[in-house]
Design a protein around this ligand. Sequence first.
Ligand SMILES: Nc1ncnc2c1ncn2[C@@H]1O[C@H](COP(=O)(O)OP(=O)(O)OP(=O)(O)O)[C@@H](O)[C@H]1O
Ligand SMILES: [Mg+2]
Length: 291
Amino acid sequence: MSGMQANSLSGPKGGVTGDLVHVIHPAEIPGALVKPGAEPILKATSIQKYFGSNHVLKGCSMTVFPGETITILGRSGSGKSTFLRCLNFLEEPSAGVVEIHDKRVISNPLAPRTKMVKEDIRQLRLRAGMVFQEFNLFPHLSVIRNLIEAPVHVKHMPVAQATEVAESYLEKVGLIDKRNEFPARLSGGQRQRVAIARALTMQPDVMLFDEPTSALDPSLVGEVLKVMESLAHEGRTMIVVTHEMSFAKEAADRVYYMDEGEFVEIGPPDQVLGNPHDERTRKFLSRFLNV
Ligand SMILES: Nc1ncnc2c1ncn2[C@@H]1O[C@H](COP(=O)(O)OP(=O)(O)OP(=O)(O)O)[C@@H](O)[C@H]1O
Ligand SMILES: [Mg+2]
């Protein structure tokens, strides 16, 4: 089925009172690894974001089913990072609702952050692991200690159990031999693979990646993409902002093209990348042709 082009992809607009109804867009067809009848694991409904008078997100909605890999494409400044950060309230949306697994948080930036609201946001963040462009590892901690820090201190996991989980993810990203190394002694690609393992160690429902390879020397991009592709193929739920078209083509179940704070085209990678319906998507992609 083909993706959709529309200016109405934003879904219903509404206030901050939680009266927003999540609408699954017709182009949000569950990917191949999704079990029949599965409920969405993430629903973002009509996310709005203002920075002062700058209306950066104009009502973005997204539905993700368990096991899907989503990629978000768009020009610089279109709002991709802001959307991703809104999903775990690193930026509080000006309006909208985020639901991940069993936790639903309605944005209400004008209301005081009560203990309950803070706990809701903490719970949401536990369900969404984030990997940034810059690795954000603790420089004074060894690789293994970087990995067990959050499970032990945030999730109160016993050290032995956290270490076992961490080691299994270090195996997965191919860095078990760097277990006791410090970040400064790793290459950029290795550091980013540690950052991925660290996010996995929290066992989140959804992994969020914001241009995880764009700060890397081109020769190191491949090893990180390979890890991400293997995660995608083993059925992890991932939302990835990237300019790596090969990753979108190989690993994504669905591509969302963002322009000026709106998703203007949604569809499977074959369609959005191979036969974009929207003029804005087409123009963006033309830069990547013949390179
Ligand atoms: N903390 C902030 N305060 C004020 N404005 C911001 C802030 N973060 C982002 N913006 C603005 O929001 C808009 C969208 O930025 P965002 O970083 O989400 O874009 P992007 O699509 O991720 O771009 P890029 O591809 O360059 O990373 C830009 O106009 C940016 O200047
Ligand atoms: Mg960005």
